[in-house]
Design a protein around this ligand. Structure first.
Ligand code: NAD
Length: 363
């Protein structure tokens, strides 16, 4: 069944509000999650809500947290998110970087102790919308999921990164990747009745490739699923090169920001993010840069595709394509996920009309 994005957003906001978020924060987080669903990143969409609710109850995620400056110079900014909602604190941090980069051509923002930042591409899109080039490196403290290349023991999180490059039109380059073969949320979605993951996305305890979510979550059912219970691990993408990039993300986002790496056990899961923002207009002719980017990306898109139905895409195209389709037809949510969300919403005391309005009468 596909659900209307607006109704899903209202339900998500109501759930977060009932869990303790101020209304404006609840709406902002809900919009971020539903936007992730719209762009096709269901792994970072509403499937996360029961986990966020559990984290708020445990005190891991702090509604209405302040964003505290640790250091502020004209181009540098170190900010402590106080374990507040990632989509709220991440957007504020990037806004602080945008203001600096507009004024000085360059900005570096080190964000510490953010609640789960969700879809990292959202922050690249935010900077790109302001005409800036953006690089974001992220670590996930308290989340040991991935075995580095050559190992069969977990040392890494899914350490995502995103790179945004404006084009001056509505088709910017936005590369937004976990450094694991798949984001952990894709397994969560698979557990909730969604599409199965690729058969080599994980390794079992002996280091053998598998697509079985139990390698991460152990034997179920669990609510919410706990990825620390399995004896296996996620695998990095790109063999030793992706594994090296994951380590770089951990060092830049965990060590350089002061947020902390996974070398120490953590009492909760949180993100660090190092963002570098560049105003391309300061490096020369801004219009010529945009024209060159557009010409290059269009030339890439014109390469003869392997599959003519899909075409040759550049990063950002799949998200735009999926969003256009889902805005028209709704967001597909598997029945187990709808049931899980409905149960969580009822437990929180959300009005029945909001639940059935988003998830259908049978939810
Ligand atoms: P993915 O594999 O679906 O996409 C990765 C990138 O590849 C995207 O930029 C996409 O535009 C591009 N792409 C996809 N198909 C393409 C094609 N056919 N041709 C050209 N380019 C194509 O994404 P993922 O690695 O599974 O990550 C999913 C999400 O998880 C991301 O939004 C990421 O930020 C998020 N994430 C967040 C955290 C966190 O802690 N907050 C951790 C890990 C991942």
């Amino acid at each position: 069944m596909s659900v209307p994005p607006e109704a899903l957003c209202r339900l998500a906001a109501a759930m977060l509000e009932r869990a303790g978020a101020p209304p404006a924060e609840a709406r902002e987080v809900a919009q971020h999650l539903v936007e992730a669903n719209l762009t096709g990143h269901d792994s970072h969409g509403v499937v996360r809500i029961p986990r966020y609710v559990a984290w708020i109850r445990r005190g891991w995620l702090v509604p209405a947290a302040a964003l505290t400056p640790v250091l502020e110079t004209p181009v540098l900014c170190v900010l402590d998110a106080g374990y507040g909602f990632g989509p709220v604190q991440g957007r504020r941090a990037v806004a602080a970087g945008i203001a600096r980069a507009r004024q000085h051509g360059l900005a570096l923002v080190a964000l510490r102790h953010a609640g789960h930042l969700g879809r990292i591409g959202a922050y690249a899109e935010q900077a790109v919308a302001a005409g800036l080039v953006a690089l974001h490196f992220v670590n996930v403290a308290g989340s040991l999921l991935v075995a580095p290349f050559g190992a069969r023991e977990r040392r890494l999180s899914t350490n995502p990164f995103a790179i945004g490059i404006p084009t001056g039109d509505d088709r910017p380059f936005v590369l937004d990747c976990a450094t694991s073969l798949i984001a952990e949320g894709k397994l969560l979605v698979a557990l909730e009745g969604g599409r199965p993951v690729r058969t080599d996305a994980l390794m079992d305890a002996d280091g053998q490739p598998t697509g079985d979510p139990r390698a991460l979550y152990g034997e179920g059912p669990h609510s919410p699923p706990d990825p620390s219970r399995g004896a296996g691990a996620l695998r990095p993408f790109g063999e030793h090169k992706g594994s090296g990039l994951a380590l770089a993300c951990e060092l830049l986002a965990g060590a350089l920001t002061g947020s902390g790496t996974n070398v120490r056990p953590r009492d909760r899961l949180y993100n660090g993010m190092l963002s570098i923002l560049i105003d391309p207009a300061r490096l020369g002719d801004g219009d010529a840069f945009l024209a060159e980017v557009r010409a290059f990306l269009d030339w890439v898109r014109a390469a003869r595709p392997v599959d003519p139905v899909v075409g040759t895409l550049v990063p950002g195209d799949p998200e735009r394509r999926t969003a256009a389709e889902r805005r028209r037809n709704g967001i597909p949510l598997a029945r187990p996920l709808r049931a899980h969300l409905a149960a969580c919403a009822r437990d929180l005391g959300v009005a029945e009309a909001l639940i059935t309005g988003a998830l259908g009468e049978e939810a």
